[in-house]
Every structure is written in C-alpha cells, then in structure tokens.
Design a protein around this ligand. Structure first.
Ligand code: ADP
Ligand code: 3PG
Ligand code: MG
Length: 401
C-alpha cells in the first residue's frame, strides 16, 4: 500500500545526476516568532520544529553536491517589516547543520542572482522572505519566472504552504523541473494512512473555529468508527441538542454547521469544566453538560469525558487528532487537552498509528513531553486539514498524483 502511494509522488529521490545542480528548495519556515527581540530589530524564533523537520532534504541535496537555494515565507508581513526577515532562521539553520548558511536580503532581484552566481557545490544560500513581494501571494508568473532563473530544478518541501496558490509553490512549477522534497513526501505517505486507515479509526477534533473543521469532519465521518468532539467546537454540537452552553464560544452559523453532522458516530462531551471568565483567568468547576448555567463559559472537557474518550482511543488502530479539547493555554483549563494528548501518545507507536497536527495541538502535545511517541506530527496546520479533507492543493499539483 505504502509503495503504491510512493509511486504517485514525483520524488527528489528519483532525480538522476543531481551533482552540481542549482536546487531551488521551497521550505515552510513559517515558525512562531517573538517580534523585535532578536539582534538589530529582527525576531527571535520561539520554536524551530519546522526547520528541524526539513533537515533531511537539505542534507540529501548536500550529499549530492547541489547548490542549495532556500526560499520560504515568514508570517503575513504588510510591508517589509524587519522582524519578518528570515535572517534569524538562516542563522538557526546554520547552527543545526553545523555549516555556513549565507543569507541575502533579496529574493528574486539582482542581488539574489549575483549571490547565486557565486555559489559553489555543496553551499547553501537563503533568500529573504518571499512575502516581502506582493507578487508571491498573487501567484504572479513574472515573479515565479525570476525565481526559476536562479536554479536548474525546483524542490517543494513546503507541505504546510501547499494549500496556497502562491508563486513559490504553484506558478514556479511552470518554469522548472519540479519534485517533492523528503518532508513533503513523508507528509503525504503518513497522511494517506489516515485516508486509508486500519480500522477502527478514531478521530479527535477540537479547537475553536467550526467552519475550519467541518470539511475534515465530513470527510472523516465515512472512514472513522467514532469522531470525538472537544474544544469550543463541542459547544455548537451541544447547542444543537438544545443544551444550555451559557456564554461559551458558540454562534448561530456554527450551530447550523454542526446540525449537518448529527450522527451516531459523533461523540460529544458528557461533562465539562466551566469558568466565569471567557479568557480562562478563573477557577474551573466540573459539571455535567446539562448543569451549565447562563452566566458560565465552557472551557474544557470534564473527567468523565476524558475517561470516555480514552476508552475509544485505547481501542483504536488508527488515530488522528487536531484541535485542543479546551483552553489549554490557561492553567485551569488544560487538563482535558493534556489527558487526551497522553492517551493519543500512549496508544501511538505500536498499538495504533497516531497522527497529530495543528499549531496549537502540537504545542499542547509538547507540554506532555510525549511528542516523540506519536507516529507522525504534521508540519501542516491548514494544509493538513486541506489534504485530509480532499481539497485540491496548488502546491502538490504535478508532483503528487
Ligand atoms: P490548531 O491550531 O491546533 O488547529 P485551533 O486553532 O483549531 O487548533 O484551536 C486552538 C484554540 O482553541 C486554542 O487557542 C484554544 O484556547 C481554543 N479553545 C479550545 N477549546 C476552547 C473553548 N472551550 N473555549 C474557547 N476556546 C477554546
Ligand atoms: C502555516 O503556517 O500554516 C503555513 O505556513 C501557511 O501560512 P499562511 O496561513 O500565512 O498562508
Ligand atoms: Mg490554530
């Protein structure tokens, strides 16, 4: 099965005679940053997991004596704000590789071209944030052509940005022979195991915004044996049963979306932890879902729900988890999420194949120090949801069939 999936990927590993080639490597180094706290007005990287995840592809290209030209976006800059410069990431990458990574504060212009022309085999050059040019997000052909001129081949290792129709993942493929990097390939192979799961598949879906999760719930309903709902998402489902959710995050549109999924496979919390403040800066109270008062806010799943959900997780052969079970950022409302994280991690790497994805979900999983137990931690947030929901992904067109 795995072999068949691999066959459909135009992998970098299939390229013959890479030696000396200029490889334009699109990565997603869109990492969480702390503004203005780095040197000379640049940002400090708060978490480098995306940089670490991309190392095998860079090492592969170096082993084949390529000239490696790295491109990425960082954040959503409005202008060329200095703290969105990718220079600190080039420095971090250099530390991780134990090798010089040259940086140029230009992307598709003359400066970049000059630096590329000076490159020798086995050297790495990182170009400035792609989003400092509006042409990137406009999927501009001219911009893509300029980028393409810098290289001989194009490697997409930016799975996390591949749901975007942007020049460096989409239009670029018109101008260069294009391949999937090793990380992108691994994302596809592992996420395909969720799309063709070993039964029973247990999906755990939480988080805040209903509309971002409905395509995934719709897709997984067919494949899963159960979908365990948590987080603010659960409020909308509870409201469809006319259960009082007080001041919890919940709106008419989301309730209407939840109504479409009233199905016996959908499992809802039986108890919750409520607070008196929406920001979670208050003590929590455990109660059954029918006991929530008008002035209360649901901020976590309760102990009975943790037990119920854990029982399902313990029987799973395949697990997918996206979205925290509660406002895990608050000391008082983190236990549901952390307990589910531990249950997922414990069942993974052996008894079941476990996949976790989503920026905040991974952050919560890290808090348990059990990240390494999970079989695949996706670097894609929106991209993972898009891929698993079966959406067309412009960045994968032509390289994943
Ligand atoms: P991810 O980034 O992992 O995909 P989401 O962005 O969907 O996750 O959701 C994460 C956010 O959901 C967190 O900031 C968390 O505080 C919030 N959240 C979860 N449960 C609740 C709740 N009951 N009430 C308010 N916010 C919640
Ligand atoms: C991500 O972090 O999910 C990707 O880098 C995409 O970023 P974007 O949502 O700003 O396009
Ligand atoms: Mg999020």
């Amino acid at each position: 099965m795995k072999f068949n999936f691999c066959m459909k990927i135009k992998s970098l590993r299939q390229v013959k005679n890479l030696t000396g080639k200029r490889a334009l490597l699109r990565v997603d180094y869109n990492v969480p940053i702390e503004k203005d706290s780095g040197a000379a007005g640049t940002a400090r990287i708060k978490d480098d997991y995306k940089v670490v995840a991309g190392l095998p592809t860079i090492r592969f290209l170096l082993r084949h004596k390529c000239k490696v030209i790295i491109i990425t976006h960082l954040g959503r800059p409005i202008k060329n704000q200095k703290y969105f410069s990718v220079k600190p990431i080039a420095d971090r990458l250099s530390e991780l590789l134990g090798k010089k990574v040259k940086f140029v504060d230009d992307c598709a212009g003359l400066k970049a071209g000059t630096e590329v022309s000076k490159m020798r085999r086995g050297e790495i050059l990182m170009l400035e944030n792609l989003r400092f040019s509006y042409d990137e997000e406009n999927n501009d052909l001219g911009f893509a052509k300029k980028l393409a001129k810098l290289a001989d081949i194009y490697v997409n290792d930016a799975f996390a940005a591949s749901h975007r129709a942007h020049a460096s993942v989409s239009a670029i493929k018109n101008y260069l022979p294009s391949y999937a990097g090793l990380l992108l390939e691994n994302e596809i192979v592992n996420l395909n195991k969720i799309l063709r799961p070993q039964s029973p598949l247990i999906a755990i879906i939480g988080g805040a915004k209903m509309e971002t999760k409905t395509p995934l719930i719709k897709k997984l309903l067919k494949k899963s044996s159960r979908i365990l709902i948590g987080g603010a998402l659960a409020n909308n489902f509870l409201a469809t049963h006319k259960i009082e959710v007080g001041k919890s995050l919940c709106d008419k549109k989301s309730i209407a979306l939840a109504k479409r999924f009233l199905n016996k496979k959908i499992i809802l919390p039986v108890d919750v932890i409520t607070g008196t403040r929406k920001d979670g800066q208050c003590e929590g109270r455990s109660k059954g879902v029918y006991q929530v008062k008008k002035n209360e806010t649901i901020l976590d799943i309760g102990p009975k729900t943790i037990k119920l959900y854990s029982r399902f997780i313990k029987k799973a052969k395949t697990i997918i988890w996206n979205g925290p079970m509660g406002m895990y950022e608050s000391e008082h409302f983190k236990y549901g999420t952390l307990s589910i994280a531990r249950a997922v991690a414990s069942r993974s790497s052996g008894a079941a194949f476990g996949v976790v994805g989503g920026g905040e979900t991974i952050e919560a999983l890290k808090m348990t120090k059990m990240l390494n137990y999970v079989d695949w931690v996706s670097t894609g947030g929106g991209a993972m949801l898009a891929y698993l929901s079966g959406e067309k992904m412009p960045g994968l067109k032509g390289i994943v069939k």
